[in-house]
Design a protein around this ligand. Sequence first.
Ligand code: P6P
Length: 331
Amino acid sequence: MKNLITLDEFILRRQKDFPFATGELSGLLRDIGLASKIISREVNKAGLADITGVAGNENASGEEQQKLDVMADNLLISCLKNSGECCGIASEENDTYVTISESKNAKYVVIFDPLDGSSNIDVNVSIGTIFAIYRRQSAAGECQLEDFLQSGTNQVASGYVLYGSSTMLVYTTGKGVNGFTLDPSIGEFCLSHPDIKLPEKADIYSVNHSQYRDFEPGVQKFIDECIDNGFKFRYIGSMVADVHRTLLKGGIFMYPGTTKSTNGKLRLLYECNPLSLLMEQAGGKSTNGSQRILELEATELHQRTAIFIGSSCLVEKVDAYIKDSSKVAGL
Ligand code: P6P
């Protein structure tokens, strides 16, 4: 087993990077890793067991809840409860935050999308879990809404698990991005993508083209230029998969606002902030078309934002076109 490094081993080794770390953050990351192994097992047999299809309920965003969504949400909550390191959680699947009374004095809160891209579950397309970890802002005792409505720059860690042809966990604690691939034969996430950095090449663009007519002129101009320059077009419709490809291959993923929904579709706290921290740590950029995603003010748990994330040169270019077109429009 040539220098096989498991997630647990890696986290312990990296704990030395944080002289004041008391191991609580490491414990949280390991618990998220445990939950994702179980979710991976359930996702990989979804077609077999009668757990696919809708659960008959709706989530906070009014979207049909898939049975696996609910399972993943419950699993993450119970693993985080067991950790004893988390005083509260917020999730796409819950209207408001959940206090963990058993560890109400713990110093971290976790925000997650338990199974992003869930509409792809029944057609066997890659889906993912996205998480963000923050230090609480409120004094000890039950956590408060302010603990969750923090700027993305306050994240102490963020990451995702991609349930694809293999299951990968990719995370950062602010000192680079590392990727781990699950080896089901030993039930361990093993370091497979150390110190991920965006490649120089940036010739892939990713957007829901069916909304082209509703995009603002600057975005349309950028897309036209990608086509004119012979860019590859890739769109999976599962944010974790599209962002994972962007991290490894370069390019840009966009979910712009439209005339119908100016803030687009994707949620700031549990989709855009965690993935933006990873992208910046890997040398890329992430904006809402004018502002850095990580600096956007969080005013509600399920707020949405437009997002342009990927290779810096492309994000900067589409931002510039948006700025120019809004000047022309006299905005
Ligand atoms: P559309 C999946 O439902 C999701 O929330 C993201 O994972 C994905 O990027 C986006 O929505 C896809 O949205 O409108 O292209 O189907």
